[in-house]
Design a protein around this ligand. Structure first.
Ligand code: SAH
Length: 252
């Protein structure tokens, strides 16, 4: 059987208990070596076969999974963060279905959650934004035209940009074509939750310059929006005057 497992954003203790148990028992591990922390591979049994998918094609990954399955072995396919975001998992799942190889999927802590933790931020602040847009700038991999960054930026919502740190000028320009302003707060979070994590707070107008000054061109998330600012409303949920299913509201 093949187990897709989310490795979490970097720190080895941010994998889930289920993911760690599957990793511990695996006969074969195929990990996304460009971003998965190799420290996670220490939690494997002696004699485990380990492959780095950064050096492999889809066909080569599938061939290893097939070979393991033929011997009745369990494979863990370890993806960074959560497999469902920019993980190229669907094509593997569909190919395994076609091959009649069973699989399951264990979620992980996505890097956008690790980045929020690094910043002490809340994406969905009352009175500021109730929406998080998870997207990327078009690069060598395209983005559907209707999801072009200036179009998404028109909402002015909280935004987390993956895979876009290599073109900060392009991001900055596209954001300014939308509803964000030069002084809209922004942050660049490099290697969230890794030992060499680096957080750069800036604004949309200084995004490219701040990234260049810090020398960040990859393995970073770009976070944008007023949720990184100082202003917000307090929550209704914990307001003494607000009645919920669990608590009777009282006048303050
Ligand atoms: N599935 C992963 C994303 C894989 S795409 C997840 O859920 O996080 C790879 C991109 O994710 C990187 O280019 C970077 O933008 C982002 N990323 C992954 N790990 C990161 C980390 N620890 N800190 C900041 N960005 C990270």
């Amino acid at each position: 059987m093949v187990h897709f497992v989310g490795a979490g954003p970097g720190a080895p203790d941010l994998i889930t208990l289920r993911g760690a148990a599957l990793l511990q028992r695996a006969d074969v591990v195929i990990y996304a070596g460009s971003l998965v922390n190799p420290a996670l591979l220490e939690n494997t049994r002696p004699g485990v076969e380990i492959y780095n998918s950064a050096e492999m094609t889809l066909e080569e990954v599938l061939a290893q999974m097939q070979a393991a399955e033929a011997q009745g072995q369990d494979t863990v396919r370890l993806h960074t963060g959560d497999p469902s975001l920019y993980g190229a998992v669907r094509e593997q799942m569909d190919a395994l279905d076609a091959l009649g190889i069973p699989w399951d999927d264990t979620p992980g802590v996505s890097s956008f959650c690790g980045a929020a933790a690094a910043l002490g931020a809340e994406y969905t602040l009352p009175g500021v934004s109730q929406t998080l847009i998870v997207t990327r700038l078009a690069g060598r991999t395209g983005v559907p035209e209707r999801e072009a960054l200036p179009a998404l930026a028109a909402h002015g919502a909280s935004m987390a940009l993956f895979l876009s740190a290599g073109n900060l000028e392009g991001v900055q320009q596209a954001l300014l074509e939308g509803a964000y302003h030069e002084d809209t707060p922004a942050a660049i979070v490099y290697k969230a939750t890794w030992p060499d994590e680096c957080v750069v707070r800036c604004t949309v107008g200084t995004l490219a310059a701040a990234g260049a000054a810090a020398g960040i061109t990859k393995t970073a998330l770009l976070l944008v929006g007023a949720f990184l600012g100082a202003e917000y409303a307090r929550s209704k949920l914990y307001d003494p005057a607000f009645t919920t299913a669990f608590r009777e509201g009282r006048e303050r």
